[in-house]
Write a protein that binds this ligand. Structure first.
Ligand code: NCD
Length: 319
């Protein structure tokens, strides 16, 4: 499929803030567009001029390796000029508010802002305060839409469909923006989602969103086409909602022995960064069922698609 063939009038949004906003056909349109861009990365000259003359700024107020580099590279592959706000060196450290900083950056002629911020809702707030496009690269525990989209892309590529797939999301669901965004996206595309983990991290309240909640991983292991293992967020281990790491690994860690009891073609996903030996044993992370590095590769194509589409909507070139 070529990029031109996928240009349908489905996408009209200048911002990508959360999966909740997107209709099924919008999600599918992003995935189809990303398929076209994936091909670009296989060329010897890995560039297309779709965003030539445009300026993309990455503003990361939280640690990130994959997401930041992926957005930067995606923007570069589209021919955009890319600048990176170095949070530690920026004036927000001198007390300037996020919105003031953003407005000043925008005054230099920025077209797209990619924001990661520890405060839930910050990307939406930013989108209401600036005139350029805003892409949410993770806001607190709330949303991480491009992670959900790259996971959906990887899943569709690997299984050929999403409708009817049985997907488990395992771990600290309560505090995970990845889990929340994946859940929304998967349900919209027709997957059956089971959230697995201890009751403190996977409360029954999630059933109201349309997921099944299960506290016994071993009892359901063999059911799934896809198992998405969340990172054990070390920053929460001290808190009372988290069991001891040893206990967590014993009941919820994915290892070779558990993998043997899964479907032979089960896809093991992880958003990274992986705590080897905790949520995932090293041999599973590196084994044939793991899609971890494929997710990273696909993340680039998905972020190219997102940057391309929001910019297209903003410049009025949406077909
Ligand atoms: C995730 C994040 O930061 O939300 N990582 C990522 O974006 N690849 C997941 C995590 O940190 O656990």
């Amino acid at each position: 499929m070529t990029i031109t063939e996928t240009q349908r009038p489905v996408w009209m949004r200048r911002h990508l803030l959360q999966m909740d906003d997107l209709a099924r056909e919008e999600i599918e349109h992003i995935l189809d567009t990303a398929e076209g861009f994936k091909e670009v990365s296989t060329r010897s000259v890995k560039k297309v001029p779709a965003l030539r003359g445009r300026v993309v700024v990455t503003m990361f107020f939280e640690e990130s390796t994959r997401t930041r580099m992926s957005f930067e590279l995606a923007a570069q592959r589209l021919g955009a000029d890319v600048i990176d706000l170095q949070e530690r060196m920026s004036s927000t450290k001198k007390g300037e508010s996020l919105i003031d900083t953003a407005r000043n950056i925008e005054a230099m002629g920025v077209d797209v802002m990619v924001l990661r911020h520890p405060a839930a809702g910050s990307a939406t707030h930013l989108s209401q305060s600036v005139g350029c496009c805003v892409v949410n690269a993770g806001d607190g525990q709330h949303a991480h839409p491009t992670q959900a989209l790259l996971d959906l892309f990887t899943l569709r590529e690997s299984k050929g469909r999403i409708d009817g797939l049985k997907v488990a999301i395992v771990g600290d669901v309560a505090h995970s923006r990845v889990a929340r965004s994946n859940l929304r996206g998967l349900l919209k595309l027709g997957a059956e989602v089971t959230l697995v983990g201890p009751p403190t991290l996977v409360p029954r309240a999630f059933e109201a969103l349309g997921a099944r909640v299960c506290h016994d991983f071993d009892a359901v292991l063999g059911e799934f086409d896809v198992i998405n293992m969340l990172r054990v967020q070390n920053e929460r281990i001290e808190s009372s909602v988290f069991p001891s790491v040893r206990e967590y690994v014993q009941f919820f860690g994915m290892n070779a022995e558990r993998l043997r009891r899964c479907r032979p073609d089960v896809l093991i996903m992880h958003p990274g960064p992986v705590n080897r030996g905790i949520e995932l044993a090293a041999d599973v992370a590196d084994g044939p069922n793991s899609s971890i590095l494929r997710q990273v590769t696909n993340g680039l194509a998905v972020r190219m698609a997102v940057l391309f589409l929001v910019n297209q909507a903003a410049t009025g070139h949406a077909a």
